[in-house]
Design a protein around this ligand. Structure first.
Ligand code: M6R
Length: 356
């Protein structure tokens, strides 16, 4: 039920702090967060993980790759499910397949699951829907605990996917004796508060949508490192609900082509949450501004500069996507609203895509 909310999407965005807290509770074991022993074993035994997903879930998978590689030291490949069949990579000796799917019903992903099962490989589904096809057919399941997601545009399921992947990577790192210098449970609690702060300042996002997107025909999202992955998600959110053509790309790729599209007034959303690339992304912003772009910089506290649009409460550097995606969701929401689009049911789209 959407209650007093005008749209499910807004309700689901608002639920995100609660979703993070639910995930902490669901995966809590004593002082830590972890996953079931059989899943830990499967992850620890794999020599390479193959993440398979579509759309927003694919974007969550890109972050998941960084978690498993940086936290747990396990190599990961991320594949778009619809492409996997034609371009099946050369597999490692002990692969584990991870299917990420909010609905657990995406046909493109299921097709891959069927194929890898025939080949005798093990699989784990990360899904919001217990008993869904991908959950039933995989060997193991990790649940998102996000509650039903009704709006076609995925919001709370994305943050849940990213958080659950962090929990899994952290748990397997502990299991395999990797030295960890942070407490994920505590850091996730900080994230929940950081998201809440953004939600409490919706007016600012509405103003940004008005200032930057009111008459825009197109928009760009740039970032480096993890911010690049979030840029892809920001662009998808904006295009699917507001029909503004949007593209997310790596800041460093600008000069290799996309900068040709920047004109007077082109909106460019730049994420600056990653310390090691702060100078580079600031450089990219200067490049687009010099060509007339209307740049909106979303920075993490401690990295902000005068003139930035929005400053996010600081969180652990690996967890920044959980926070930085939220203003992008809200900006998309308001941009769609200003254009009188059907926010919850955008044209041509279905909530779960059960055809290949
Ligand atoms: O249910 P799934 O996570 O497998 O769905 C995958 C995509 O269809 C989905 O994420 C889609 O991209 C959303 N509409 C994005 O908001």
């Amino acid at each position: 039920e959407k209650g007093t909310y005008p749209h499910y999407m807004l309700k689901e965005i608002d639920e995100q702090p609660t979703v993070i807290r639910k995930i902490i509770q669901a995966y809590e074991q004593g002082e830590d967060v972890t996953v079931d022993a059989d899943i830990l074993k499967a992850l620890a035994e794999a020599d390479r993980l193959y993440i398979i997903a579509a759309g927003t879930s694919y974007h969550a998978g890109l972050i998941g790759k960084q978690y498993f590689e940086k936290i747990a030291g396990i190599p990961v490949e991320v594949h778009i499910s619809s492409e996997f069949g034609y371009n099946m990579p050369l597999l490692s000796k002990k692969p584990l397949f991870i299917f990420i799917s909010q609905s657990g019903e995406t046909a493109d992903s299921r097709q891959v699951l069927v194929k890898i099962k025939e080949l005798g490989y093990k699989s784990l589904t990360v899904t919001n829907v217990q008993g869904s096809t991908l959950s039933r057919e995989a060997d193991y399941t990790l649940l998102l605990h996000a509650g039903p997601e009704i709006a076609v545009a995925s919001t709370k399921a994305y943050v849940a996917q990213v958080a659950v992947l962090a929990v899994a990577a952290y748990a397997v790192a502990k299991e395999t004796g990797v030295a960890l210098d942070f407490d994920l449970k505590q850091e996730l609690a900080i994230v929940a508060n950081g998201i809440q702060t953004i939600i409490d300042s919706k007016d600012e996002m509405e103003q940004i949508a008005e200032d930057y997107l009111k008459i825009a025909r197109n928009a760009f999202f740039i970032g480096r490192n993890m911010d690049f992955c979030v840029s892809l998600e920001g662009a998808l959110k904006l295009k699917e609900i507001s029909y503004i053509q949007a593209e997310g790309f790596a800041g460093g790729e600008l000069k290799h082509g996309t900068i040709a599209l920047i004109e007077e007034g082109t909106p460019v959303f730049a994420l600056a949450t990653q310390k090691d690339v702060a100078l580079n992304i600031r450089g990219n912003v200067k490049e687009v501004v010099a060509r007339g772009a209307n740049a909106c910089i979303i920075a993490m506290e401690g990295m902000e500069e005068e003139g930035d649009c929005l400053v996010l409460a600081p969180v652990h550097e690996l967890l920044t996507p959980l926070v930085s995606v939220v203003p992008l969701q809200l900006i998309s929401y308001y941009a769609a609203l200003h254009r009188r689009c059907d926010v919850d049911k955008p044209r041509n789209l279905a909530k779960s895509v059960t055809v290949e």
